[in-house]
Design a protein around this ligand. Sequence first.
Ligand SMILES: *[C@@H]1O[C@H](CO)[C@@H](O)[C@H](O)[C@H]1NC(C)=O
Ligand SMILES: *[C@@H]1O[C@H](CO)[C@@H](O)[C@H](O)[C@H]1NC(C)=O
Ligand SMILES: *[C@@H]1O[C@H](CO)[C@@H](O)[C@H](O)[C@H]1NC(C)=O
Ligand SMILES: *[C@@H]1O[C@H](CO)[C@@H](O)[C@H](O)[C@H]1NC(C)=O
Ligand SMILES: *[C@@H]1O[C@H](CO)[C@@H](O)[C@H](O)[C@H]1NC(C)=O
Ligand SMILES: *[C@@H]1O[C@H](CO)[C@@H](O)[C@H](O)[C@H]1NC(C)=O
Length: 462
Amino acid sequence: MATDLLRTKGYTAVILSFFVGYAVVYNYTEGNTFYKISHFSTTTRKPEFLNEDRAPAFKRPVFNRWDENTCSKPRQQFVFIKTHKTGSMTSVNIFQRYAIYHNLTPLIARATSYVSWPFPPAETDYVHTKGERYDALFGHMRYNKTWLRSKFPANTAYISLIREPLSHLKSCMKFYSLPNLLKITSINPVKTFLQHPWQYKNLSEAYFSFCNVTWDGTRNHLAFDLGYPTEGADDLEAAESYIKELEYDFTMVLLLEHLDESFVLLRRLMCWEIQDVVYDSVPKNVRTYGYKSYIPTPEELANLRKWKAVDYLLYDTFNRSLWRKIAAQGPDFYRELQFYREVKRNISWYCHEERKRKPNLTITVEASNWSPQFVVNGDYCTAIETRELTLMKKIRQKESWEEDKRWAIVLPVQNVQAIIKGRPTFKYKIEEMNYARELLQKNKKQKKHVYKKRTHPRPRGL
Ligand SMILES: *[C@@H]1O[C@H](CO)[C@@H](O)[C@H](O)[C@H]1NC(C)=O
Ligand SMILES: *[C@@H]1O[C@H](CO)[C@@H](O)[C@H](O)[C@H]1NC(C)=O
Ligand SMILES: *[C@@H]1O[C@H](CO)[C@@H](O)[C@H](O)[C@H]1NC(C)=O
Ligand SMILES: *[C@@H]1O[C@H](CO)[C@@H](O)[C@H](O)[C@H]1NC(C)=O
Ligand SMILES: *[C@@H]1O[C@H](CO)[C@@H](O)[C@H](O)[C@H]1NC(C)=O
Ligand SMILES: *[C@@H]1O[C@H](CO)[C@@H](O)[C@H](O)[C@H]1NC(C)=O
């Protein structure tokens, strides 16, 4: 009886932890992460622009004059491939804001912010517009050239964001609990792993059974997000030609380590305005953990370079490409960069400090060689401080596209946790819930069965 009870309890615990884990992960990554950066009081209340009764939100300030010179017409069709663990939460704000301010028609998922990852894109998973015309994409999606070209006009700008591979590894280790997948228990899993990365290959390759895709969170995650297969990790010739093609196809790949330079260049290439590319000085999704500042030995770094050869090639290629493009802009680029940084500092000071003391204050950024004058007010602050999913709500609201939860997908981090626990992976949350329910029912039946068996009298003499 005691064992029966224990077993039932065990099952209940499994089911419970399933749902609790689900809720925790959901809250952690999707739900109200908006409320997490609470050291500034503005971020803890509901943004005012979400209140229906307020004046039209995101009204673009009117310009006094439009000074310059180089751009005739901004490019307003873009696909932003949002890579994982690259600080893309900060950058996606710029693309969402741009779409909202300029009334672009985005291609968005029917629920959550995932259009497709790692599963291929499907017609059922996104909101269809009349005439099937789309201007922008900024939800998570694994780059799929064929599919994207069939949805977006030929002159669409392709943009992405990547990060230096070592810090990317650390961030992935932490976020996906990779030490559990790799069965590494040391306090510095990055060091342990980097001593013999190949030894962990059987464990590090996570298989998403529901879509027959293998992903390795320790290896070429960036290239994977940009469409390169995990299986090609050792085929450097294929990688090289794939990356060459990316370089040709992408208007701009931003680098997290050079974000200001990247955004100034982006502004120039897209012919946008400075107010379009200002981002909040408070990063949106930052975690602290022990091995974050670990500096690997030269041997460990050499191992990483070999292990992540494709991601290093990708990073080095786009780093060179960034500086080459900057050089082509001439010395005026650096004057703009300096101006941009000053504008960001002023806006940060205004949004996070001065506005608290003087609620009616606005500041004006004067016209420059690169952009017209613009006014920064409370709405502007709210817009740059608002997190991805809250802006997503705003976009759905604006387009009257209600989120349809039936199409909510299981977040990647959650499927990785399932793999760690030896459970099946799923595409949709509904499927995962059904699985949990079936498990519960099976367990109930088993319980009855065991109970019946036990009520039979034991044969004597045994
Ligand atoms: C890209 O999209 C097409 C559908 O248009 C699909 O058949 C293919 O599997 C996708 N590729 C990947 C890597 O998801
Ligand atoms: C990894 O898995 C393959 C296939 O299952 C097996 O043949 C191989 O011995 C494993 N390697 C290690 C290092 O465990
Ligand atoms: C799964 O993917 C592998 C590698 O891409 C492929 O070789 C295999 O045929 C696929 N299996 C199924 C059942 O689609
Ligand atoms: C990117 O390239 C620049 C210029 O060559 C170099 O100074 C910098 O170290 C590179 N960044 C990284 C993270 O490798
Ligand atoms: C701020 O503006 C509101 C409405 O525009 C006004 O009622 C209020 O007096 C102003 N407060 C200050 C301190 O100027
Ligand atoms: C930043 O603020 C200072 C102080 O108000 C002002 O003098 C300066 O012109 C501002 N810079 C920009 C680029 O707006």
